[in-house]
Design a protein around this ligand. Structure first.
Ligand code: BDP
Length: 717
């Protein structure tokens, strides 16, 4: 009888697990463990919790999260004890848990850094116990999230010995949020920061945002757009920012601001922002002092200078290093750092943008202060669906480099397309720069603390906004999650991360897990196929960066600089004989990209200009291969739809429908890309579509006239 009641309760909980969900809880859903024997085991080990009293905000946040997680996962709260011996689960910093200093797994604890943690289980003082410990409360917080993740992903808690230290020190999100509430290239609604009500009213969402970020180890948030407004450094705005700093502090997150280079003029009334002018230097020093008086743990500045019209030191004949060092000097007494972006180019026609960042920054190697990072994007152009790694990662051996990824899908279908970016991130991080011989991957370059005066960093431009599910597309959450996990450990495998995310977000059952993983694994290549295959890039809509516009050509900007299509050929010669971009890489990468024989097909038209009848490895001509990629991409979206449909009834209807409807939308957009691009390039190739390819339903003019946001009426009816 008792057993059947338990079973009924259990069944009820399981059905509860299928209840409609908006996605707001992200991967921190903490639903009841649906495996009876595991649940029993977890409950036993977590029956009595010994969590020594503390006054620290971070330890309190850790405890609150632990209890919240347990209540959900185990269906009940653990009992608490103040007597260590009674506890089955010990959680605390090591010197409190083991005041005598006699730590049973001492060498493991000594291996921890200030953010690291240890999760250990086994027999301790004669009893079976689990211990989560760290040197600091921040480490403890990360340890608690990991411990909960073990249960969320149904792992055994027996014989654990998890020793974790983050491999990068600054794990940043760079919000591109404007002070008027909009987000530059943000596709999930408006900014999360409610500046009107700050600093007084602290929305629950700020705490939930901080929780989610702490769960993946993010420890720094730049609050505002790189296209900065000086106003954000005004006292009243600093006070507002302090409200966010207060909300994030318990979760180990510091706030940073972008610094507009002309602020001494705009705010300080000076007639110059010249970094060599003593008044300008004094202004920044005073400003920094003021900031720290308002936000005592302020992190530092992110700067976009002399790029896309932003002011910068070059306006005064000075270098990027002069500008960055001035800010670094002002921040140094407080332990703050500068992230100085290497994304620099001036909107000029017929200049190869690919080589500009390297050319400007390489000569400055070794000239930056110790608290200054140079921050290149992952690739040398601008967050394209596929780019080779930025050559600066192999080119500045004496400078700390921070890598900037985009999480928001500016050029990857906005929040409408399912594209798992973990594989894109991994592709960059595992690229070998050969800077110090084989194995000098981008990831290793970032982690090279010795080279970088003990600091290291990575940044992501987030995809969050006011949408109920945070990211617009549910699978956008996976990209945020993957970025955080890779920031913690850039050598993790993208699909391992995807599996963690699916288990926590949807389900641990194989019938849900396998199809979703398949979908995620194929999604990025699919996107490349239907938009910019074979190394094509920057042919998207000029203004919105969504949809095809390889035909864009006006006095300011032309897509022709990027594809250089003619009746003979397509692609950009960036070899030794062309713009020389290949020469910015070390041997043998340089040779590999330079030679047609060894250049990966995925970068073919990035580095080479080739005739339409050039034969690829498949035996097909370049024209046929290009078109085949476009058609394959659309067919793959069809497969993704089918895979998703197989999940109907296996996950809650609300989230099922969200994704199903967006996949319909994605398929239409994929067809738009395919048909627009194929017809456009066909004007030049003057070749027929390969056999088996259905001709587009409309003529080129039709695709060229689709506005954005557009009306789909009548399109692909
Ligand atoms: C480009 C974006 C633009 C950003 C710029 C940047 O289109 O909105 O301001 O990058 O990173 O990708 O500064």
């Amino acid at each position: 009888m008792k057993r059947s009641i338990i079973c009924l309760i259990f069944l009820g909980c399981l059905l509860g697990n299928m209840a409609a969900e908006s996605g707001y809880e992200l991967w921190l859903r903490y639903r009841l463990v649906d495996d009876m024997s595991l649940l029993d085991n977890y409950r036993k080990l977590n029956a009595v919790c010994y969590f020594p009293k503390t006054t620290s905000e971070q330890a309190s946040a850790a405890k609150a999260e632990l209890f919240r997680g347990m209540e959900g996962l185990l269906g009940k709260l653990p009992a608490e004890t103040s007597a260590p011996d009674g506890g089955t689960l010990w959680i605390g910093v090591s010197h409190v848990l083991f005041p005598s200093g006699d730590i049973p797994f001492g060498e493991k604890v000594r291996a921890l850094n200030e953010e690291g943690y240890l999760i250990w289980s086994g027999r301790l003082n004669g009893k079976q116990r689990v211990v989560v410990t760290a040197l600091t409360d921040r480490g403890l917080l990360y340890g608690v999230f990991h411990y909960l993740r073990l249960m969320q992903t149904r792992q055994s808690l027996d014989d654990l010995c998890v020793v974790e230290n983050p491999k990068l020190k600054y794990r940043m999100l760079n919000h591109w949020d404007n002070l008027d509430g909009t987000v530059e290239r943000g596709y999930a609604g408006y900014s999360l920061w409610n500046w009107e009500r700050l600093p007084f009213y602290k929305e629950t969402r700020y705490t939930d945002y901080a929780r989610a970020n702490a769960s993946i180890g993010i420890n720094g948030i730049v609050l505002n757009n790189v296209n900065a407004q000086a106003k954000s450094l005004r006292r009243d705005w600093l006070v507002k920012a302090s409200g966010l700093a207060d909300a994030f502090r318990p979760y180990g997150i510091r706030v940073y601001l972008t610094a507009k280079f002309s602020a001494p003029k705009e705010l300080g009334g000076l007639d110059t922002a010249n970094p060599k002018d003593s008044r300008v230097r004094a202004w920044w020093k005073e400003k920094v002092e003021e900031i720290y008086s308002i936000i005592p743990d302020f992190g530092g500045f992110l700067v976009k200078a002399n790029s896309e019209g932003q002011p910068g030191p070059q306006d005064y004949g000075c270098t990027h290093a002069d500008g960055a060092n001035m800010l670094g000097e002002a921040l140094e007494p407080y332990g703050g750092v500068v992230f100085w972006r290497a994304f620099v180019y001036q909107n000029e026609r017929h200049v190869d943008r690919v080589v500009t960042g390297y050319n400007e920054f390489k000569p400055l190697d070794g000239q930056f202060r110790k608290n200054v990072f140079v921050q290149p994007k992952n690739g040398p152009i601008d967050f394209q669906p596929r780019e080779p790694f930025h050559p600066l990662f192999g080119g500045m051996p004496r400078t700390p480099l921070a890598l900037e990824f985009q999480i928001t899908q500016e050029n990857l279908g906005h929040a409408g397309h399912l594209v798992y970016l973990g594989t894109l991130y991994e592709e960059t991080l595992q690229s070998d720069t050969y800077a110090c011989g084989q194995g000098s991957t981008v990831s290793k370059v970032l982690q090279d603390y010795q080279r970088t005066h003990g600091i290291s960093a990575i940044a992501g431009v987030p995809n969050v906004g006011t949408d109920l599910n945070w990211t617009g597309h549910l699978f956008g959450q996976a990209n945020w999650y993957a970025f955080g996990r890779l920031a913690w450990n850039p050598d993790m495998c993208a699909m391992t991360i995807a599996e963690e995310w699916v288990r926590m977000t949807f389900s641990n059952t194989q019938e849900v897990l396998n199809p979703i993983l398949k979908l995620m694994a194929m999604s990025r290549e699919t996107y490349v196929n239907y938009t910019m295959p074979l190394g094509l890039n920057h042919i998207m809509n000029y203004a919105t960066h969504n949809g095809p516009e390889p035909w864009h050509d006006d006095p300011v900007w032309t897509a022709f600089d990027y594809h250089k299509v003619t009746t003979d050929s397509i692609g950009v010669d960036r070899t030794d004989g062309g713009s020389g971009a290949t020469g910015q890489y070390h041997t043998p990468v340089c040779d590999r990209f330079n030679s047609l024989r060894t250049c990966p097909e995925s970068y073919l038209l990035w580095f080479h200009r080739l005739p339409w009848d050039y034969r690829l490895a498949s035996g097909k001509t370049l024209w046929d291969e290009l078109v085949s990629h476009y058609y394959k991409g659309v067919a793959e979206v069809g497969q993704m739809k089918n895979i998703w449909h197989s999940l109907e009834g296996k996950i809650d209807l609300e989230r099922y429908n969200q994704v199903a409807s967006l996949l319909e939308y994605q398929e239409r957009e994929a067809m738009w890309w395919r048909d627009g691009c194929v017809l456009f390039f066909q004007q030049y190739s003057q070749r027929p579509l390969p056999e088996g390819c259905q001709p587009p339903a409309h003529d080129l003019k039709y695709y060229q006239s689709i506005p954005f946001p557009y009306d789909w009426k009548g399109y692909y009816d």
